[in-house]
Design a protein around this ligand. Sequence first.
Ligand code: GFB
Length: 309
Amino acid sequence: MEKNAKIYVAGHRGMVGSAIVRKLEKEGFNNIVTRTSAELDLRDQKAVEHFFSAEKPEYVFLAAAKVGGIMANNTYRAEFIYDNLMIESNIIHQSYVHGVTKLLFLGSSCIYPKMAPQPLKEEYLLSGYLEPTNQPYAIAKIAGIELCDAYRAQYGCNFISAMPANLYGPNDNYDPEKSHVLPALLVKLVAAASKNLPSITIWGTGSPLREFLHVDDLADACFFLMEQFDNPGFINIGSGKEISIFDLAQLIKKITGFAGEILTDPSKPDGTPRKLMDSSRLLKMGWEPSISLEEGIRNVYKDVSPLLS
Ligand code: GFB
């Protein structure tokens, strides 16, 4: 990408989109186009068409999506599939119509079958049943991969797809009901530590394993892929390390200084038992993550603890 290339970052206010904007600015790109959801409803086909014909971006990072944790996915099932299908269809189609040079579509590791062998290789996609709690979202993201590949096959578009592990970092969502597990536990433990509570309760059994990647590592990988990856299909972006939810709670307990007990609530869903990805294809291309989970959580804690307690 040339430094003055016009780059559209869809979802620039979110955790992923804002990390991508930070990375592009750090690399000296000065022609970045953004729109808030109030300025441009990406579910509105006509509005997206008008935006593309007015701005004509050369590169697109498709980081806009309706996202959330296990409870949000399982509660707002219709919104998770409708919003994500509309957003990706409108942006991918208009990128084709207006001759975008390259587009990167972002999905999630939840696209894989619930009981697929681990670590998850890209070829395991659609080899089994999905995790019910986030099936609507997963199917929307699988459709996004299919859209990119179909536009490549029929029209020769250079639209690539990347599937990150569970993400955390600046600008995360801290809503206790709708957020992902790491920010949710951070909120719970910061509050419990400040009130010196005897215990906190985490959802589920605490035994599921999750792979976490700091969003700045993801943004670095997205920039790398935009420069170096031009293939159909999709590519995993993971840290290669997994931790149980219970041990994650213990790690955040250590970082926040909470002295109480960690209890579990098996009446709440565990979701997928594991979703460790095999990111060897990306590693072989020469990229690797650089932020460890403990270092990443400490950085986030430093930023948000004044807001949370
Ligand atoms: O990040 P999370 O909500 O979603 O993690 P997934 C859920 C796991 O953490 C489950 C446990 O095992 C929960 O039981 N957990 C424990 C909690 N306490 C909490 C809590 O207070 N809040 C939350 N949220 N979880 C999501 C998909 O799956 O992964 C999305 O639903 C997306 O579509 C995302 O793909 C990356 O990792 O289970």
